[in-house]
Ligand binder design. Structure first.
Ligand code: PLP
Length: 401
């Protein structure tokens, strides 16, 4: 049996068949079981911030797993404390900030959901607002926040009290009042195809949340850790949230999530109200410290901003009738298509040795490692042009699935 056949027999049917079976990675490239090399412009969906097998990340992970990997939350470790301090500093949460560690984006949002439930003001606040077409994860609470009714439908009832609103300043002004406990939002809707918020949206959300005592909870699971050309995407709007959730890119590949609270919000959770066995263990926090340390040392946030602009120019320069717009910021970009051919285009790219993602039929998402340089950009240019040519000359697109 091939590995693909064994996958089909053994794995739960929750996912589509795999695009390839990967066995090795280095920098911005990965190799499959047949030795085919791919330029990875998805980075495990915005996870592999330092690309693959980065020596500093490998050294830190090896060192920690060979010293002390896991200890339970009855104990603390230096790396856990250091990472909490680092996240307070990088998010701007400052002295009053606090950090809760878990293992994924969904779990970080579960924690934030429970936090929102604690902001009741004596029972007056019962509503939680989230946005249509948002994505916050697959567990029941995160699913309740997710603004995709079709995703929720088979699993109803999900936790109640969440109301999904249209992503407009008018809807914010209409819906935000003293009965709202929290507003959840993604600063760029990644899973929806890299959709930017309307101009001025985040600033207005901040003003209204402050005015009505509503927690502004920003989901930076995909956008955080420098991906958009700032440490956190809310910095582009010069606002601070009351809480931020992070995961994906802060671990560079180890499973980690965190909820960071700002100001008074840090006093909402009381002892015993939340926890996680693995959350913040020495292995993942030491690795995450190494990842964030390299991002700081090598100014990869600046690199994300610069390379993002260059990639945007490359895409615009392709001058393809298939491409209608480029969305997003830094190294989280959405390529809007004029025809519903994103799956075909992503498949054609794979044949050309390039990994990109069809977020939906009209959107290609790219999220390369933050370490991309001139060589990878030139390689992307060549391979994506070739993929576009395959699709525009149509009928030539080989089915890879
Ligand atoms: C990926 C993602 C999540 C879920 O993270 P998991 O680690 O898959 O649970 C939540 N929110 C956003 C914005 C995401 O992109």
């Amino acid at each position: 049996m091939t590995l693909h056949e064994r996958y089909a027999d053994a794995m739960m049917k929750t996912l589509s068949p795999p695009l390839a079976v990967l066995v090795r990675g280095e920098g911005c490239y990965v190799w499959d079981e047949n030795g085919t090399k791919y330029l990875d412009f998805l980075a495990g969906i915005a996870v592999n911030s330092l690309g693959h097998a980065h020596p500093d990340m490998v050294a830190a992970a090896q060192q920690q797993i060979g010293t002390l990997a896991h200890i339970s939350n009855y104990f603390a470790s230096p790396s856990q404390i250091e990472l909490a301090e680092r996240l307070k500093r990088l998010t701007g949460a400052g002295d009053a900030g606090r950090v809760y560690f878990c293992n994924s984006g969904a779990e970080a949002n579960e924690a934030a959901f429970k936090l929102a439930r604690l902001n009741t003001a004596g029972g007056r606040r019962s509503r939680i607002l989230a946005l249509n077409d948002s994505f916050h994860g697959r567990t029941m609470g995160a699913l309740a926040l997710t603004g995709k009714p079709l995703m929720r439908a088979p699993f109803e009832p999900v936790p109640g009290g969440v109301q999904h609103i249209e992503t407009s300043i008018a809807a914010l002004e209409r819906e935000l009042d003293d009965t709202v406990a929290a507003l959840f939002l993604e600063p760029v809707k990644g899973e929806a195809g890299v959709i930017d918020l309307p101009e001025g949206y985040l600033r207005r959300a901040r003003e209204l949340c402050t005015q009505h005592g509503v927690l502004l909870i920003i989901d930076e699971v995909q956008t955080g850790a420098g991906r958009t050309g700032k440490w956190f995407a809310y910095e582009h709007s010069n606002v601070l949230p009351d809480a931020v959730t992070v995961a994906k890119g802060i671990g560079g590949g180890v499973p980690i999530g965190a909820l960071v609270t700002f100001g008074d919000t840090s006093d909402l959770f009381l002892r015993g109200q939340h926890g996680s066995t693995f959350g913040g263990n020495p292995f993942v926090t030491a690795t995450s410290n190494a990842v964030l340390g390299v991002i700081e040392r090598d100014d990869l946030v600046g690199n994300a901003a610069r390379r993002g602009e260059e990639i945007r120019e490359l895409i615009v320069g392709m001058d393809s009738p298939l491409i209608s717009e480029v969305r997003g910021r830094g190294l989280l970009l959405g390529i809007g298509l004029s025809e519903p051919v994103a799956l075909k285009l992503a498949a054609a790219a794979l044949v050309e040795g390039l990994i990109v993602n069809a977020a939906n039929e009209f959107s290609i998402r790219i999220a390369p490692p933050l370490i991309v340089g001139d060589a990878e950009l030139a390689d992307f240019d060549e391979r994506f042009r070739a993929a576009l040519a395959r699709v525009t000359s149509s009928g030539l697109v080989p089915a890879t699935r």
